[in-house]
Design a binder for this molecule. Sequence first.
Ligand code: SAM
Length: 374
Amino acid sequence: MRCRATRLPPLRGTKRQQRLAAPWTGVDNKPHAPACCCPPLPALCIVTTPCSAPSPSTPRPSFLRTALGVSLPFARARLLFALGRVDAAFALTTRIKALKIPTRNLDLLRAQCRLKQNSPGEAFEFAKEELRLFPNNAAAERLLTDLRTRFTPTTTYQDAHYRAWVQVIRPYTMVSDDRLWQLFSWAKRICEEDRPGNFAECGVAGGGSSALIAKTIATYSKRPRRLYAFDTFEGMPAPRAEDTHQGVAAADTGWGEGTCAAPMQSLRNICRELAVTDIVVPVQGFFADTLPATRAEMGELAFLHLDGDWYESTRDILVNLYDQVAPGGYMQIDDYGYWEGCRRAIHDFERERGLTFELHNIDGVGHWMTRPQS
Ligand SMILES: C[S@@+](CC[C@H](N)C(=O)[O-])C[C@H]1O[C@@H](n2cnc3c(N)ncnc32)[C@H](O)[C@@H]1O
């Protein structure tokens, strides 16, 4: 099957400082296809919208216009940085990211700004994003190597499988060790207890958490299962007013539209590395479109990872998938403790449906719950 890439409207997005303070190593430095893919995809790849994306050799005029529109502000951002006006430079890069035009050295500049602003955790994530988009960027690689020595990750969890796999997937994920462990533990438990149902992750980015869950399925499941992996694969969509962190609008936190960008190839790479390509079903597009279109195929869910950050993204997941989750099924909400919009979406849904969720704190940010029996 060939991928018929979805042409998405412009996206917005952000990321979080606490999450970014989490230490990761490594980098996806393998070559990848452009986001509007047309190389062969894994047999199960689903793209819901007919292809309207141009091939890399035939850029559409609007793309050209926007690409030209990136050059000047990017040059200005570099100048501001060189002049020591780091805050202004960084704010401008966040606005450029919102154009969703992969721009060489843009995330590198964002990393350099964050270093100057004393946020090395974020700098580390931005360097990784530069390399996801431009795998051969030697300057970003050097910066990442330097940062890696300051963010040496060590897991405190003793499970031999987890320890081995988490080392492999770390370069591909922003999720903290505690939250990854929680995902692993519940995925393993569901498989060992042979509870029926497929798995779904909404919010894949580089693919690290997907690959960890899939490897757990591959190792422990007593029945065939799939992990459906939903994402735009083009970065975060637009936040709304309620998408704040400690009252600061998402776009002003530095994680604006188009951040968290990772091409589907990043997911493919890590799945290949862990030999779980046959388990993972990537689904590209907005949750609001892809979840209803894929729901029937997925059937009952034993496990749902909600990692879409925003109010609307979280709500789209709940509205479309909550009823698919088996009673007692596992749900992990990555952003509950960080983004106010995510938290509100959970409680709005709970109230509207007359439900009572018993939420368990993982690390102050991530929370988990099981679907109430009634
Ligand atoms: C925080 S990242 C996911 C992190 C990932 N689980 C990891 O292991 O690092 C959030 C992802 O959700 C995706 N996303 C957010 N809202 C979305 C929506 N409404 N539709 C599709 N994808 C969305 C973004 O594209 C982004 O890749």
